[in-house]
Each structure stands twice: as structure tokens, then as C-alpha cells.
Design a binder for this molecule. Structure first.
Ligand code: 7PM
Length: 396
């Protein structure tokens, strides 16, 4: 005998076909071969109890807190477990209930769908990023005098451009240009200084086929960069640092990378604490998605990034990589930047210049766990790591 790992319905269908089940049987049995465990953060106890009864009657389960059973607490978290078939039946039943259950049904339905699908493509200028087909590579171009791994080598325009051309030649899909160091504890860079660093580089690269993202928290810098030819905003504050940022993104109709960070670059590494790491980050994303929506940014232009290293301990960063797939329920493309970061340095006891293999391991795991875009310094090396991992992971 063998034990199979059946992670989704497509895989289940193929296993059933291989064994010679009739086509109708395949359709009927595949949803019974896939198991899901769904966590809801906070549900009214009355609703939770009804949901539990319904799921029990379908042969599944829904665990609540003890206080929800005797209604001593008004709200409870929920862990619903069952097969896709049971979830589908549960959703159908909840839709005709009251007590907020139809809304829970909608969320369940959308989340389960998002988890099993690739996010919709994003059109950026002349290009379309089709997610799921392969991993896209964002090459880092620091134009700060104090960037930790390039030691400010690329401060001058010529150096920056030759580095950009190396990234392009190595196969980068996007070049991320940043003139504001976000090193923990770094000083704020004035707008005019940030502009002086990034605009000449963007102007020089705009004729190239490459996509350009502007790594900034400032609306004025983003707007100047977009006018100069940048295609994407990479905002490590997820539209929270500068209240005008969302408006600029809406005006230029560009994709925005929403990165999670605890507090700000000055304070983020001082004893970061989470109630529930993944839930806290997801709630943060949800709030930023709402800020974006209110400003008129189309939902399908938003990319999420858990912010590896931004207000996280080594343990937090490892947990994010291991559980990255959980962010898929939001239905947005996922980007991650682990390149040469201190978590790798701490585990391997190595300086930034020797973190290439450690970075490659994080890239492989991130791809295996559903990432769409990786942000890296070493494009040529990580392109190979990504291509190899894609060949293993992105197949039927
Ligand atoms: C000092 C400390 C210098 C940290 C540079 C860094 C990310 C990012 C950065 C990321 C997105 C680095 C970071 N990291 N943008 N910008 N995601 N979206 O190591 O993880 O490059 S700066």
C-alpha cells in the first residue's frame, strides 16, 4: 500500500482517473478526497453553535471555545474541519440561515476558492503577469549610500545603471529601485534627496522592456517616479505612512505592493510581539486592502507581502515561510523578500555576502508554499533556484 498526499481537487481527480473510476464517479468522489481545516478568528457564539450542528450532521467538525457552548462568552474562534464535499454542503446550508451565517458562508466559499486558485493576472503597462505559471523575479537596486549588502557601491548613477543592466541580463522581471534605507533604526531621508537618487535611474531605464517598481513610503517620490516611467509602487508601509499614497496609486492606475510591518523601521525590531502571527498579518492586509479600496485602487492591482524581517523575530520569519500558503485565502498575488536577510545570517552564522545558499533555500520553500514574486539581490542565482523549484512545484 501507499499513502498519498492529496492537497487539492485536481490531484484527487487524477488519482481517481488513474485507478479507472468512471467520469461521473471522479466528479462525485474527488471532493471527498480533499481535507481542509479552516480557522475563523471571531464568530458570535450563537452562530458558531448552529454552524457546529450543521457541520456535525454532515460528518465534519467545528471546534469552538468552551465558553461558546454554555454561551458564557458572546464570541468564539472556530476551527472547522472536513472534506471539500462537506464544506460545500455546509456553505449551501448556511446561506439559508440567519444570525450572520450567510455572510460566513460567503467568506468560506471565497476563501476556499482563493486557496486553490492562482490569483488573476495583473496587466502592467506593456506586460501581463500571469500568476501560477512561473515565479517572477524582482531584482533589488539600492540607490542608498548605506544599503547594507551593496555597501553604497551603487550610489553613483553609472554604477546604478550597470547594476540594473546586470539584473536585466540575469533575467529579472522587475527592478525594484529604492532610495530610502529601511534599515532598522535608519534616519528619514528627505524627499529631495530620495528623488535625486531614484529619478535619474528610472529615467535612464524607462526605454528598457523591464518593469520598474519604486520602493518608497512617500507619495511625492512615488508620483515623481511614476511620471518618470515606473510601473509599480512598492510601499513597505502598505499605504499607511503617507496618507496621499493611495490617491497617487489610484490616479496612475498602478499595482501596489502592500507589505506588512510591525510599527515602523525605527521601532519594529524592538521586541516584536503578535497575538497570532498569521492572523495579525492577515488583518493588517485586510485593513490596507480597505484603505486601497476607499482611495479607488482596483482590488486586482494589489500584491501582498508578509514583510520578512520587518518587526519579526527569527522564529516569526521561519513561521511565515512555513505557513506562507495561508495568505492565499486573500486571493492576491504574494511577494516575499528574504534575500540575504539577518534571519538567514543568524541561522547560518554568516555575513550578508555569504547568505546566497541560505537565500536559495528560502526561495525554494517560498515557491513551494505558493509565492508568486521573489525580491532578491542575486538574480542570476535565484532565477536558477526558482526555475528548478517551478519545474517541481508548478506541475499538475
Ligand atoms: C536594510 C534593512 C536595508 C532592510 C534593506 C533592507 C523588502 C522591501 C526591503 C521586502 C518589499 C532589504 C530590506 N525589504 N520591499 N524592501 N519586501 N516589498 O533587505 O521584504 O532589501 S529593504
Amino acid at each position: 500500500m501507499r499513502i498519498l498526499e492529496i492537497k487539492d481537487e485536481k490531484r484527487a481527480q487524477r488519482e481517481l482517473q488513474k485507478l479507472g473510476a468512471d467520469p461521473q464517479g471522479v466528479t462525485l468522489m474527488a471532493p471527498k478526497a480533499v481535507f481542509r481545516a479552516v480557522r475563523l478568528k471571531k464568530v458570535r457564539s450563537v452562530s458558531a453553535n448552529i454552524l457546529k450542528q450543521e457541520m456535525l450532521s454532515l460528518g465534519g467538525e467545528a471546534a469552538t471555545s468552551y465558553g461558546a457552548i454554555n454561551l458564557s462568552s458572546k464570541y468564539t474562534p472556530l476551527l472547522i474541519t472536513g472534506t471539500l464535499k462537506q464544506f460545500r454542503q455546509l456553505i449551501a446550508k448556511l446561506k439559508i440561515h440567519q444570525f450572520g451565517l450567510p455572510r460566513i458562508a460567503e467568506t468560506l466559499e471565497q476563501s476556499l476558492k482563493n486557496y486553490d486558485q492562482s490569483p488573476p493576472p495583473i496587466k502592467i503597462g506593456p506586460r501581463t503577469l500571469r500568476f501560477g505559471q512561473r515565479t517572477y523575479i524582482m531584482g533589488i537596486l539600492n540607490v542608498t549610500p548605506d544599503s547594507f549588502s551593496d555597501g553604497g557601491k551603487f550610489h553613483k548613477l553609472e554604477d546604478a545603471l550597470s547594476q540594473a543592466h546586470r539584473l536585466i541580463a540575469a533575467g529579472a522581471d522587475i527592478i525594484d529601485i529604492g532610495g530610502e534605507s529601511t534599515r532598522p533604526g535608519a534616519k528619514n531621508v528627505p524627499v529631495h534627496e530620495e528623488l535625486k537618487r531614484v529619478i535619474p535611474v528610472i529615467s535612464a531605464l524607462r526605454k528598457k522592456k523591464i518593469l520598474i517598481s519604486i520602493d518608497t513610503r512617500k507619495a511625492a517620490v512615488a508620483e515623481a517616479a511614476l511620471s518618470a516611467g515606473a510601473h509599480i509602487i512598492n510601499d513597505i508601509s502598505a499605504l499607511r505612512h503617507d496618507p496621499r499614497m493611495a490617491k497617487v496609486a489610484a490616479k496612475y492606475k498602478v499595482p501596489v505592493i502592500l507589505m506588512h510591518m510591525l510599527k515602523n523601521p525605527k521601532t519594529m525590531q524592538k521586541n516584536p510581539v503578535y497575538k497570532d502571527l498569521i492572523f495579525d498579518i492577515m488583518t493588517y492586509f485586510q485593513e490596507s486592502l480597505e484603505i486601497a479600496g476607499r482611495a479607488g485602487i482596483k482590488e486586482n492591482r494589489l500584491i501582498i507581502d508578509p514583510g520578512f524581517g520587518f518587526g519579526k523575530t527569527v522564529e516569526h520569519n521561519l513561521e511565515i515561510l512555513k505557513r506562507l500558503k495561508e495568505f492565499k485565502v486573500l486571493g492576491r498575488p504574494i511577494l516575499i523578500g528574504t534575500s540575504r536577510k539577518s534571519t538567514i545570517g543568524k541561522i547560518l552564522s554568516l555575513p550578508p555576502s555569504e547568505r546566497l545558499m541560505g537565500t536559495a533555500a528560502t526561495v525554494a520553500i517560498a515557491i513551494s508554499n505558493g509565492v508568486d514574486i521573489i525580491r532578491v539581490h542575486d538574480v542570476a542565482a535565484m532565477k536558477k533556484a526558482a526555475k528548478m523549484t517551478d519545474a517541481i512545484v508548478r506541475r499538475l
